[in-house]
Ligand binder design. Sequence first.
Ligand SMILES: [Zn+2]
Ligand SMILES: [Zn+2]
Length: 207
Amino acid sequence: MERELLNKMFEFHGHKCWASALGLRAGLLALEKLGVEKAKAKELYVILETGYHHAAGCFGDGVQFATGCTLGKGILIRKPRGKLAFTLIDPKQKKQIRLCFNSKIRDKILASSFMKKRKAGIPPHEIPEEEAMEVVNLVLDSPIEDVILIGEVEESHFEPPVEVMGLEVCEICGEPVAKAYVRIIGTGQDIKKVCVDCSGYPEGFEK
Ligand SMILES: [Zn+2]
Ligand SMILES: [Zn+2]
């Protein structure tokens, strides 16, 4: 892998760590397997299985950087399972592939001084760079099949979410809100178009 690309990813991510490097390597492999280029708009989707409450969530940043499937573009879908795994989907070809961290390399990673310090609660950016890079290189230089469980390229039945263009202004707070998130409150003649927070509807409720 090009070091320049790796360093750009670390810059995006904020620190040097093996999990983001693993995400980068896996993301690039997934693109290659589907025969596609990094997403510029909404050509591809990623379903990311990392969770919110575990180490190595850094993996997701590597995957986003590699595939271009970023949260901001709306093409990163979270399905938290606490796994360093994701599915890359190409709706145009109706193909997908799932990749997951292979436990085969895990003991070597855990034995590193980087992981010993992480376990002791030291944040990654406070660990000497050589120690972080030792594990990064382990993940990047080991045979790919020891590092990543590579699924088959499969037929995809994924339906990309329908886009609703345009904004409305909430009649209570005055903030612009995408049409799909506008809620109607009131009855009869007295109805208002409002945002979710002003609607009083339970959070996460969607039409
Ligand atoms: Zn990280
Ligand atoms: Zn509002």
